[in-house]
Design a protein around this ligand. Structure first.
Ligand SMILES: Cc1cc2nc3c(=O)[nH]c(=O)nc-3n(C[C@H](O)[C@H](O)[C@H](O)COP(=O)(O)OP(=O)(O)OC[C@H]3O[C@@H](n4cnc5c(N)ncnc54)[C@H](O)[C@@H]3O)c2cc1C
Ligand SMILES: Cc1cc2nc3c(=O)[nH]c(=O)nc-3n(C[C@H](O)[C@H](O)[C@H](O)COP(=O)(O)O)c2cc1C
Ligand code: SF4
Ligand code: SF4
Ligand code: FES
Length: 1024
């Protein structure tokens, strides 16, 4: 009898470990208590896919998909949903970005692009009930084959379908069967390879747990095709649930005559036994596996002879992977034409992947071959969490390689992955983001292969060890370029000379990371740096490592935790003389990598900094000029952050530099770009005054036209920090109409106190900082309607995200995914912007989706003033010297010294690479050190050994989850009414101290185990 509701609760391994059985028990109790037993059909199924969100449950007929349930959710769901028909919204799947509830399973993007063949029954039927399998046409293919087809016909169908082995090698299944069929022998065997030794892979386990009969049926069909009457499933002992369900399924199938003698009353007899493996990776190799089944040591042997000729106990055998066997019945039921129509020319059908790593939706997915990597990661996987960027996908586990962002449009199939230097493997797919170190990743997999090597042959046993040692050297900062060369050459030798697939493929992660990420190897070797913040030997703490200027946040945050503001300030000043500015406008690279963010939320490092910076200025802290300055004269061109930082650190090195500034004001873009409401100009000036007092002379209204002039005046070294002040022009019709201006010109005019007529309807084109600032400024100038038009989606990470929220609160309207087509005007004056909507299509080289116009979606926005913000370029008003420019037209420098092509001339900041205040500061500081060295001195700037700062509060108390302190913001209405009111009031002193105490003191190299703060960590996370 059909019941009113079908409730499918996931009984896959992951959901069971997150207590789905307890939930099921509670649901049964509640269903009975509410008298619903006759109306609700509760079924425990295999894995449904999104394992990390478990326990999961789906309720039909409406298709509500519940996630992250626990025992306590049962009563509410039964009361509200089962009894009153109202799905409980708070437990339904939420689209992470949109924070939107998705009502029905079929609307969830994670499922939408999947095509489930192998996993068709997983999450749908009770795997312990053969009746449910039969109801899904179970054993029909076997019945048909035994009664209506010859073995040759079965092999023919499988061959024509194009099915290739899913265990990794991708060999034609039909051909393998044919060879075994053609081998003459009384006894043959079918082996199912369920060893699944790749770290992170669990595809086979899910199939065995969720739909065991489909594998048994595939084996029986294979047995019929090749003439075998006996099959073995080699399954690892760590899969107890799979073993339990397989045993139950074999018993049921035997009982119903679907295994055993004379199946379907035909002469064909076939039976299956399980063999448990101890979990050695090498035992997944087919010859090692057979040795292990025979009770011998699981060691590979040379091939030929192949198993088809001489397999188990010397008899012809087919060895197939779980997924391969699970596909067989579907091909026979639906025809080879159906199967071969799915996928690409040479890779047919679907592939199951275990999606893991830095991706929003992790779990088990099945996709048609030929889907692009980008679709898999971004549409099904939901993209990279936390607004971070995609770096690469690792496929094929320890035998595979990585695929960088520029190949997101590549098709997933055997040939394409191989061409990219990776492999399909058995289906592990790990997504890596900007926080993943590729050198460390290669080391992780190499270590795995090394540990799993059977040790039989020298290249694998010794070669992998040598490779590992070299990687160890590189990741701990002692590696050399010669080591890298040796590593690469060893990799190719081991690949070419190892006996089995383990040794032959083990160098792949190294080879592919050197191919695509050699710069990371070089960075570890030459700069002793790991930008991803993974190789702990190379940095003091993740926050310090992440700061472009190496500002020691770990130390100043520790000082702040004890209320030592003065020490915090001076520690900061060692690397960055702009704590007031950076405490307000820095994108806070440090916070993006802060370890605390992995547990609850990153430390609000920027806010902590802002507090002591403001305090220090009020207290009048500062620096004295050099006592006996060096005689060499140094000139600095430009009083922006790059120039001023260079000049400040020159004073710390004993010089008295002169800064030449073209404008009548100091600060560069900090003064004439960033508006007052984000960075009050009195604060900026106070910070610049500290630099001046330290011995820097600033000459305003002093444009430098020719570097040689400076040389002639006796300046022995020059630093160019002239910024990039020319706007990139928007190339559309109407750009020269009156009332159209670039963002930086608009902001400069207002910041210099000049008047700009903008009217009531302002349109801003762009999505970065300048665009957000221009739009918010327009609101403050009185424009009632301010609309921002951007061709991509809303920015997801700082600083733009923060500014986007601020702009929205202040009444700026946003049109995302829109491209400007033409500026329209009347009588030479702008009147509107003609636009077209865009859709996101394939991926560009940076891994971002390319917006493409949607035909027929054009519309016009009324505009009295249009601001376009496309970025800046260098307009070097300087001649002289012999400055080389790079291919983007910026000053070319050696990034390790900031030296230009002209002797004694250094450059940094936006003139070299338009970026941020802190990056400009970093380059200015580095140039100061290089100038000191240029004069033959040591270039030693605060480079004494680092001391860990002791703290004296109860650290334990701050290890529990504590919500990050957010700054106090002024009311949006008040903000819009004032040009100068600072949007953020920051934290109070007490709040800043409390916030600083959340720091985990990673620099002590003993950050607490994650488990002590939050449960549910995966071992592999450490490697990512
Ligand atoms: C609207 C806007 C918002 C921004 N928001 C942020 C933000 O929130 N956070 C952040 O970190 N960064 C932000 N930035 C970027 C940041 O301001 C710049 O990266 C940084 O100021 C660059 O520093 P710089 O010293 O290289 O150049 P600049 O700050 O541009 O300074 C260069 C100086 O050199 C002078 N100069 C040029 N040519 C000569 C010459 N021939 N002789 C003498 N002087 C000369 C210029 O007048 C100028 O004062 C923003 C930029 C803009 C435009
Ligand atoms: C070191 C090593 C480990 C392997 N592990 C597995 C495994 O866990 N599962 C699997 O199906 N194949 C594994 N293989 C591949 C098998 O040797 C064999 O090719 C495969 O089981 C054949 O089945 P297929 O044709 O259906 O892919 C491994 C190979 C090597 C070299
Ligand atoms: S390549 Fe490695 S795992 Fe394979 S047989 Fe040789 S030593 Fe053993
Ligand atoms: S927890 Fe503290 S030391 Fe660790 S990264 Fe964050 S701020 Fe730095
Ligand atoms: S085990 Fe439940 S969704 Fe995978």
């Amino acid at each position: 009898m059909n019941k009113r509701l079908d409730v499918l609760i996931c009984g896959g391994g992951a959901c069971i470990s997150s207590h789905s059985h307890e939930l099921k028990k509670k649901l049964i109790e509640e269903i009975e208590k509410n008298g619903l037993s006759q109306e609700v059909n509760l079924v425990e199924t295999g894995c449904m896919g999104p394992c990390e969100l478990g326990p999961v449950m789906v309720v039909y007929p409406d298709g509500s998909f519940y996630i992250k349930l626990d025992e306590n959710s049962a009563a509410e769901i039964v009361q509200e949903h089962f009894l009153k028909g109202r799905p409980v919204q708070k437990f339904l799947w939420q689209a992470p970005e949109a924070r939107k509830i998705v009502e029905q399973k079929k609307q969830i993007p994670f499922f939408e692009k999947q095509l489930k063949i192998v996993l068709a029954n997983c999450g749908k039927i009770d795997p312990e009930n053969i009746g449910e399998y039969i109801a899904q046409r179970g054993y029909e293919a076997l019945g048909t084959a035994l009664t209506r087809m010859t073995p040759e016909e079965v092999i023919d169908v499988i061959t024509k379908s194009g099915l290739r082995g899913r265990g990794g090698a991708g060999f034609s299944t039909g051909l393998k069967w044919k060879f075994t069929h053609d081998s003459q022998s009384e006894q043959k065997y079918v082996l199912c390879n369920a060893d699944e030794g790749d770290p992170g892979a669990f595809m086979d386990r899910a199939v065995l747990e969720g739909d065991p009969h489909t594998v048994l049926e595939g084996m029986a069909l294979c047995g019929y095709a090749i003439g075998a009457d006996k099959g073995y499933i080699y399954v690892r002992a760590e899969y107890p649930l799979a073993i339990e369900r397989l045993n139950a399924a074999i018993a049921q199938a035997r009982e119903m005559g679907l295994l055993g003698r004379n199946i379907f009353e035909t002469p064909f007899s076939f039976d299956i036994e399980l063999r448990m493996g101890a979990g050695a990776f090498v035992c997944g190799e087919e010859t090692a596996l057979m040795a292990s089944v025979e009770g011998l040591r699981g060691q590979p042997r040379p091939k030929p002879p192949f198993p088809a000729v001489k397999g188990l106990w010397g008899k012809p055998s087919v060895i197939n992977n779980v997924e391969t066997l699970a596909t067989i019945r579907h091909i026979l039921l639906n025809g080879w034409e159906w199967f071969s129509a799915i996928g690409t020319e040479k890779s047919k059908g679907t592939k199951v992947f275990a999606l893991s790593g830095k991706v929003t939706n992790t779990g088990l997915v099945e996709v048609p071959m030929g889907i692009t990597l980008g679709e898999l990661v971004f549409d099904i996987g939901g993209g990279i969490p936390g607004g971070k960027t995609f770096k690469a996908a690792q496929t094929g586990g320890p035998s595979g390689g990585c695929i960088p962002a520029k190949y997101l449009n590549s098709s997933i199939d055997y040939e394409s992955l191989k061409a990219l230097g990776s492999i399909m493997g058995s289906g592990g797919l790990i997504v890596l983001d900007e926080d993943s170190c590729m050198v460390n990743m290669a080391k992780y997999f190499l270590e795995f292969s090394l540990e799993e090597s059977c040790g039989q042959c020298v290249p694998c046993r010794v070669g992998l060890k040598q490779m590992y040692d070299l990687l160890e050297k590189i990741t701990n900062g002692t590696g050399t370029l010669a080591d890298l060369e040796k590593l690469e050459s060893l990799a190719y030798t081991v690949r070419a000379t190892s006996l089995c697939g383990l040794g032959q493929a083990a160098p792949n992660p190294v080879i592919s990371t050197i191919k695509y990420f050699k710069h990371e190897y070089l960075e570890h070797i030459q700069d002793k740096k790991c930008s991803a913040g993974v190789c702990a030997a190379l940095f003091a703490a993740p926050c310090v490592n992440a700061c472009p200027a190496g500002v020691d946040a770990a130390s100043y945050v520790s000082h702040m935790g004890d209320g030592r503001l003065r020490e915090a300030y001076y520690r900061h000043m060692q690397n960055n003389p702009f704590p007031i500015v950076c405490g307000r406008v820095c994108p806070a690279f440090c916070e993006r990598k802060c370890s605390r963010g992995k547990y609850d939320q990153a430390i609000a490092i920027r806010e902590v900094k802002r507090l002591f910076a403001d305090w220090a200025i009020d207290e009048g802290l500062g620096f004295a000029p050099p006592q006996n300055p060096h005689r060499e004269k140094v000139a600095v061109v430009g009083a922006g952050p790059a120039g001023l930082a260079c000049a400040f650190y020159l004073t710390r090195l004993g010089y008295q530099p002169v800064v030449f500034e073209a404008l009548k004001v100091t600060g560069g873009m900090m003064k004439v770009g960033i508006p007052d409401f984000r960075l009050p100009k009195d604060k900026l000036q106070a910070e610049i005054a500290v630099i001046e007092k330290a011995g820097v002379e600033i000459r305003l209204n002093s444009p430098v036209a020719n570097i040689d002039e400076l040389t002639a005046k006796g300046y022995a070294a020059v630093f160019i920090g002239s910024g990039a002040h020319q706007a990139q022009k928007l190339n559309i019709e109407g750009i020269d109409l009156k009332g159209v201006m670039s963002g930086i010109d608009f902001l400069r005019e207002i910041n210099l106190g000049r008047k700009v007529n903008i009217g009531n309807d302002v349109v801003v084109i762009g999505g970065g900082s300048t665009a957000m600032d221009a739009a918010r400024l327009a609101r403050r100038l009185g424009a009632a309607n301010v609309r921002l038009v951007y061709r991509r989606t809303a920015p997801r990470c700082r600083p733009s995200f923060e500014e986007l929220v601020g702009a929205e609160e202040e009444g700026v309207e946003m049109d995302f995914l829109v491209n400007p087509l033409q500026i329209v005007g009347k009588a030479g004056k702008v009147s509107g912007l003609h636009c077209i909507k865009t859709d996101l299509a394939d991926f560009d080289d940076s891994g971002r989706r390319r917006p493409v116009p949607v035909a027929g979606s054009e519309y016009t926005i009324r505009a009295s003033f249009i601001v376009y913000c496309l970025g800046q370029k260098l307009s070097l008003g300087l001649t002289g010297g012999t400055l080389n420019l790079d291919r983007r037209g910026h000053i070319a420098v050696d990034p390790r010294t900031m030296a230009t092509s002209a002797a004694g001339v250094f450059a940094g900041g936006d003139a070299v690479n338009p970026s941020t205040v802190i990056e400009s500061v970093a380059q200015g500081r580095l140039a100061a050190v290089s100038i000191d060295r240029y004069f033959g001195r040591a270039g030693r700037l605060y480079d004494q050994p680092r001391q860990v700062v002791e703290v004296h509060y109860d650290e334990e108390a701050y290890l529990k989850t504590i919500v990050r302190k957010e700054p106090h913001l002024e009311d949006a209405e008040k903000r819009v009414a004032s040009m100068a009111l600072e949007v953020s009031r920051g934290l109070t002193l007490d709040e800043a101290v409390e916030e600083a105490r959340r720091c985990l003191h990673c620099d002590r190299n003993q950050a607490p185990e994650k488990e002590s703060l939050q449960a549910g960590t995966v071992a592999m996370e450490a490697m990512l």
